[in-house]
Design a protein around this ligand. Structure first.
Ligand SMILES: [Zn+2]
Length: 267
């Protein structure tokens, strides 16, 4: 978690720096508005060199460019932002993606594919992690409707439905059925266990996954919103823009990020 915090503050610094830069560029653009329209920010700063007093007299009002959270559908199961939770079954309930692709060069316990964009992102993320001395593999990725039916039934038979519902999604409600969710493991003693958070792999993923488009989907203590207990191994692909925006916003869940109602249990 420390790694997350320091990464977050690093990003905040970067954001502040870029916001300041934006403000300065904005001032430059205002200052040279009577000249020809600049074709780029860098050209603008070359052409106009406002005096220090001009910069000092105009109070900067930096506004971070807001990430457009309405860009993609949250309902269409083909959307990279589709939100599947206990209030939001996939529609159709037996949805299957059409662009499944096997990640290449990544250990993959059950040889399960992901949607194209997520598969390529996992490959890059894995390569970068290994280069930094961190190793992990895929436990589970895309699971089709039929697989979820048998998995969930098995858990209900073993633990009862109430218990099963806290850790296994009902068929049609599983993120794994979207082809955008992936469970990771490092081959150690924390296989599908909360202690995965303190492994090198768990720490690295928590800190860096957003830069590859993945978010930690079921954070610690957010059961009342996501409907699931803490799963430090389960990551969801939403694309780099959304994943970084969620991380930088300080928001923990996709439900909050997209303004959806909490989904603690099935309706
Ligand atoms: Zn999972």
């Amino acid at each position: 978690m420390l790694a997350v915090a320091s990464h977050r503050s690093h990003n905040s610094l970067v954001m502040v720096a870029s916001m300041t830069l934006t403000a300065v560029v904005g001032l430059v653009l205002v200052a040279c508005s009577s000249s020809t329209t600049p074709d780029s920010a860098s050209n603008a700063s070359v052409r106009a060199s406002p005096s220090a007093s001009a910069l000092a007299s105009a109070p900067p009002t930096p506004t971070a460019p807001a990430f457009d959270r309405t860009l993609l559908s949250l309902d269409d199961p083909n959307s990279l932002w589709v939100i599947s939770n206990k209030h939001r079954p996939l529609n159709p309930v037996d949805f299957a993606p059409t662009d499944l692709s096997m990640p290449v060069g990544v250990p993959n316990e059950f040889t399960q594919p992901l949607r194209e964009a997520a598969a390529r992102a996992v490959e890059t993320m894995y390569t970068d992690a290994v280069a930094q001395g961190v190793n992990f593999g895929i436990i589970s990725a895309y699971r089709d409707y039929g697989t979820q039916v048998s998995l969930y039934s098995r858990y209900v038979a073993r633990d009862g439905q109430e218990a099963a519902d806290t850790y296994s999604a009902r068929p049609g409600h599983s993120e794994h059925q979207t082809g955008l969710a992936v469970d990771f493991d490092d081959g150690g003693a924390c296989y599908l266990n909360a202690c995965f958070e303190s492994t090198a792999a768990g720490q690295w993923l928590a800190a860096n996954a957003a830069d590859y488009g993945f978010v930690l989907r079921y954070p610690n203590g957010q059961d009342a919103i996501t409907g699931f207990t803490y799963e430090p191994w389960h990551f969801r692909y939403v694309g780099v823009g959304a994943a970084q925006a969620l991380r930088d916003s300080g928001t923990l869940t996709l439900e909050q990020f997209f303004g959806l109602e909490p989904a603690p249990g099935y309706l």
